[in-house]
Design a protein around this ligand. Structure first.
Ligand SMILES: Nc1ncnc2c1ncn2[C@@H]1O[C@H](COP(=O)(O)OP(=O)(O)O)[C@@H](O)[C@H]1O
Ligand SMILES: [Mg+2]
Length: 246
């Protein structure tokens, strides 16, 4: 079974220690979320795990054969149209031009982009459309491991739910493993098997782990709200997010 295993990982920018002694693993088919306040090192941790940042101390073992990333900002290539942006990763995999186009169009339609949008360039797209393209691009390659760095944060509530539902389908079919970064606890509860709380104070460390056994598709609003209420009264959460009333 494929897994991502992080062992005794520490990381500094210059003299600033950002992460210290991180230990966790993500097994195939799991959704693991990292929650924590802004500036706490979540993106740094994701970049290390995805191999976008060079490791300093500790070990990262990643045995997934394919992976992709979606960020909070869509990061599309401005000189490529919608379909070519989506198909970009397929090209690197050696998929033929014809097949690339076919798959890119299929997934674009699935993500509610319209045929009249296919030839548009990023500057002609709304924020929501760009985010749909970004998601389609991350998923068109059918990655075994998906890194998500607050991909829903800037979206309106409808689009957020729609994209979450796409992800939910993949989760339900056990087709994907997800390393999910968010500062939205409710969103983490909806999607995760496990939530790791990353506390930045005094340095980034995982201080708590919450696990959820109810299968994701069975988590209705009532479940999500009640779990959220429970977690928001957790001492470590209150301290980490500074939720205390003064
Ligand atoms: N390239 C960089 N060079 C120096 N410091 C950085 C760099 N990237 C992030 N940092 C610092 O590392 C800390 C953690 O940042 P980040 O991982 O982006 O946190 P989060 O994603 O939780 O908001 C912050 O203090 C940030 O200023
Ligand atoms: Mg971040």
């Amino acid at each position: 079974m494929a897994r991502l295993k992080v062992e005794n990982l520490s990381f500094s920018f210059g003299y600033d220690t950002i992460l210290e002694e991180m230990d966790f693993e993500i097994n195939e088919g799991e959704v693991v979320s990292i929650v924590g306040p802004s500036g706490g090192g979540k993106t740094t941790l994701l970049r290390l795990c995805a191999g976008l940042l060079d490791r300093q101390d500790g070990k990262i073992e990643n045995s997934f054969t394919t992976q992709s990333i979606a960020f909070q900002d869509p990061r599309l290539l401005p000189w490529k149209n919608v379909i070519d942006n989506i198909a970009f990763g397929l090209k690197a995999m050696g998929v033929s031009t014809e097949e690339r186009e076919k798959r890119a169009k299929e997934i674009a339609l699935k993500f509610d982009l319209e045929e009249s949008d296919f030839d548009k360039f990023p500057k002609e797209l709304s924020g929501g459309m760009s985010q749909r393209v970004s998601f389609a691009r991350a998923l068109v390659t059918k990655p075994k491991l998906l890194f998500l760095d607050e991909p829903f944060s800037a979206l309106d509530i409808g689009l957020k739910r729609e994209l979450q539902n796409h992800i939910m389908e993949l989760i339900a079919k056990k087709e994907i493993t997800i390393f999910f970064i968010t500062h939205d606890i409710m969103e983490a509860i909806r999607l995760s098997d496990k939530i790791l709380l990353l506390s930045p104070d005094p340095v980034g460390k995982i201080v708590k782990e919450f696990t959820f056994d109810t299968p994701q598709p069975k988590r209705d609003n009532e479940y999500v709200y009640s779990q959220t209420a429970k977690i928001l009264s957790d001492r470590d959460i209150i301290e980490t997010f500074e939720l205390e009333f003064k």
